[in-house]
Design a protein around this ligand. Structure first.
Ligand code: ADP
Length: 191
């Protein structure tokens, strides 16, 4: 199973990604988490990424593509994966297509979480207090939303043309959203 979860910053992708990945027994690969881990370890990749992340801008495609390529080459991702936060640009879509084609598989589904803009800013500012993420200040949150609308929202149309998009209402209780995703994917949750 090869899946993508998409949606604006703060839509709850990371939370839902964990449940989906657990169900399909595949790794949830979050580019944001990998970047943050590199930043806290002070790696070269982390130093490069931090400049962009702190400003709410995207890390350059070459850097991100290589990182994802290496990650999905790891043994735990051979039978499938769920990508959270990638692809985010049209160039990344093409790159991912190439990576998946190379393995002889296909992209099975794109789960797209939809949420209201104002609700999102509130959620992100709350998360800032809990997690203390450097990119959760109000200005940066707004910039991340702009960048999402400009660069990433158009990707949904690309995948819609392929008929693999499941649009899911991301508002409400976490468990309800998970339920909507599972029913869209025809999954019968284990009790
Ligand atoms: P959110 O979904 O809340 O915006 P993420 O944790 O997914 O946050 O990403 C945090 C930051 O990491 C992004 O704002 C961006 O700078 C960088 N990043 C993550 N994924 C990508 C990507 N696919 N391409 C470029 N930059 C990325």
């Amino acid at each position: 199973m090869r899946l993508i979860i998409m949606g604006p910053p703060g839509a709850g992708k990371g939370t839902q990604a964990r449940f989906i990945a657990e169900h399909f027994k595949i790794p949830a690969i979050s580019t944001g988490d990998i970047f943050r881990a590199n930043v806290s370890e002070g790696t070269e990749l982390g130093l490069e990424a931090k400049r962009y992340m702190d400003a709410g801008e995207y890390v350059p495609d070459e850097v991100t593509n290589l990182m994802v390529r290496n990650r999905i080459d790891e043994p735990d991702a051979v039978s499938g994966f769920l990508l959270d936060g990638y692809p985010r640009t049209l160039a990344q879509v093409e790159e991912l297509d190439g990576m998946i084609r190379f393995t002889g598989h296909r992209l099975d589904a794109v789960v797209c979480l939809t949420v209201d803009q104002d609700e999102i800013v509130d959620r992100l500012l709350q998360r800032a207090q809990v997690e203390g993420r450097a990119d959760d200040t109000e200005d940066v949150v707004r910039r991340r939303q702009e960048v999402y609308l400009e660069q990433t929202a158009p990707l949904i149309e690309v995948y819609k043309k392929r008929g693999i998009v499941h649009e899911i209402d991301g508002l409400g209780e976490v468990a309800d959203v998970t339920q909507r995703i599972f029913s869209a994917l025809d999954v019968i949750p284990e009790s």
